[in-house]
Design a protein around this ligand. Structure first.
Ligand code: AHG
Ligand code: MN
Ligand code: MN
Length: 334
């Protein structure tokens, strides 16, 4: 018999403190949780159910789609379109806003998501995840257009990610701290396992894809060079380095033991400000990181203050342990 707090119980108890809460948000989150359990099952069964490998198609960003990119996108849509909580959805894997089919009622929330983050890792059995962000519809119960989604990250009502790792976890914020839940497969419930997660302010661990080094700007070049100099350099201590190539896994590591993660602005493709996408990667992760006491910036400005210009806009990301991110931001100023 389990004795822990289930995610549903946790959300209902949290909603009780909010005047005027109707239970609609709790309903929406329950649907997201069902989608995540479904995705977790598919990722876990992998080759047994024929979901590995790539398709011939590309998404709007020109990336080859994995079978699971498309399957997990479908799972998010099917589980969240019917209940009447949403006025629209948008995803990494869909060029345009997904309109709620007219046979279903419309609701007062919008959801944006990356159904499978780190999908280059899926065929090699390394952790992947799902990222989601919930916004208020500008006009409730009216079909949302792209413009309705272009809200700065500070307007998010909720952000979360699922990590399909050695265990499946769901990490969530509604603006009152960050809580982590672990899926107990025997009872099919997420149980509160990591209450009030906090990012240590200091760290000796950095994460960056060093194969892009020649394209980085001067402040990031300086920061990484100084980390590599270790205890004999200006930082006066040895650093460790990690790169999983799944942002969800990197952010989860940082939430657990601290660290700094960078996918900075670079000159690799002058048409792109960075690699990660503002609405469904950078904003939700920034909300979680800030709620856990960390910092998240482009190097030049707070990510959550940016007004998005388009659904699939890219943005440089530097996030993690407060004191370490501030060192990098200081280099951007000078
Ligand atoms: P996605 O699989 O949703 O396209 O996202 C992958 C992202 C992010 O999770 C990760 O940090 C980064 O891309 C990895 O990029 P590199 O392949 O350049 O290392
Ligand atoms: Mn992603
Ligand atoms: Mn993805």
């Amino acid at each position: 018999m389990h004795t822990g707090t289930t995610l549903t119980q946790f959300i209902i108890e949290e909603q009780r403190h909010i005047a005027g809460a109707t239970g609609e948000f709790t309903g929406l989150l329950n649907d997201v949780v069902v989608a995540i359990k479904t995705i977790s099952n598919a990722v876990n069964k992998g080759a047994l159910i024929g979901v590995m490998g790539a398709l011939d198609s590309e998404n709007i960003q020109g990336e080859t789609q994995k079978k699971l990119d498309v399957i997990t996108n479908e799972m998010m849509i099917r589980n969240n379109e019917w209940a009447g909580h949403l006025a629209g959805m948008a995803s990494e894997e869909m060029d345009e806003v997904y309109p709620i089919p007219t046979k279903y009622p419309l609701g007062k929330y919008l959801m944006v998501f990356d159904p499978l983050d780190g999908s280059s890792n899926v065929d090699i059995n390394i952790s992947v995840g799902t990222i989601f962000s919930i916004l208020r519809a500008q006009v409730p119960n009216r079909a949302a257009s792209e413009a309705d989604f272009l809200q700065p990250g500070v307007k998010q009502v909720c952000a979360g990610y699922a990590l399909y790792g050695s265990s499946t976890m769901l990490v969530l914020t509604t603006g009152h701290g960050v809580n982590g839940f672990t899926l107990d497969r025997d009872i099919g419930e997420f149980i509160l396992s990591h209450p009030d997660m906090k990012i240590p302010a200091d760290t000796k661990e950095f994460a960056i894809n060093a194969s892009n080094q020649r394209f980085w700007e001067a402040p990031v070049q300086r920061y990484v060079a100084e980390c590599l100099e270790g205890s004999t350099g200006p930082r006066g201590r040895d650093f460790n380095m990690r790169w999983v190539a799944s942002m969800v896994a990197e952010v989860h590591r940082i939430l657990t033991r601290g660290g700094i993660f960078m996918y900075p602005r670079d000159t690799k493709d002058p048409g792109k400000a960075g690699k990660l996408r503002l609405l469904y990667e950078a904003n939700p992760m920034s909300f979680i990181v800030e709620q856990a006491g960390g910092v998240s910036s482009t190097g030049y400005e707070r990510i959550m203050d940016m007004t998005p210009e388009s659904l699939h806009q890219r943005v440089p990301v530097i996030l993690g342990s407060k004191n370490e991110v501030e060192v990098v931001l200081g280099y951007h100023k000078s």
